[in-house]
Ligand binder design. Sequence first.
Ligand code: FES
Length: 282
Amino acid sequence: MDRIYAALLRLYPRRFRAAFGHEMAEAFRLHRRELSGGASRAGFTARSIADLLWTAAAERKDALLSPREAPMLATDVTVEPVPPIARKPLTPEQHDVSRRQFLNRAWGMSFIGFLGLFGMSSLSFLWPKLTGGFGTKIAAGDYKEILKAVGPKGGYTPLFVSQGRFYLTYYEGSGDSPVYSIVGAMDTKIQALYRKCVHLGCSVPHCSRSMLFECPCHGSKYRLHGEYFEGPAPRGLDRFPVEIVDGKVIVDTGKLQVGPPRGTNTWPAFAEAHGELCVPRT
Ligand code: FES
């Protein structure tokens, strides 16, 4: 390796000096004999050669280090402390602007929050309820207790379920109309009658004297089991399917069934009024 450096120095003295510096070249020349006669030449690397050159130059105390070579000695690096940044105090005008900005942002955030709440409440209002409301399956209560309340022991008194807008009534007729088997009245002995009058939609109350459902709007009347009795209504009351699940009465208010047509009379026990009418005939 020293021969290569010596040949380079001999062949390209200017470039060699330009690369390593004049003083480095002189130092290499002084130590050439030491390099050629000492340790294994094959072990020399460019870095070790540079270290030797550096040591030689330092011994001569006349080596001139350029700033480019200085990073090789980490101990020579000096770090100057950075002076702290002096912050200017805010002027009153700047204080006013910050307050205004704060208020503007507070108003903006409040408005956005209001819009978000309004949007969510609107969506929840428009979104269809999938459980627990009208239009879904509703658990009306224990089957045996309901049967007891609306049946013979309870005086055949209908039970109104406001959540589903229907009356639960007892039924023990012949079932000579398709709707009775559709809503399960023949199996359960219970019907769920929609309280909406099929004439023009008024709510129809039950009259405990006549045992009829009597509409106060135009006088339509329906029997206990929802069949047409008299008045302008075109048919009997509409109704919902009923099923018994685990001893509970489940009414599907999402599947409205059209009531039986006029002239249907399937239960003679309630074919006529049992007493005075609540809504007199006009
Ligand atoms: Fe019931 Fe007209 S709305 S009779």
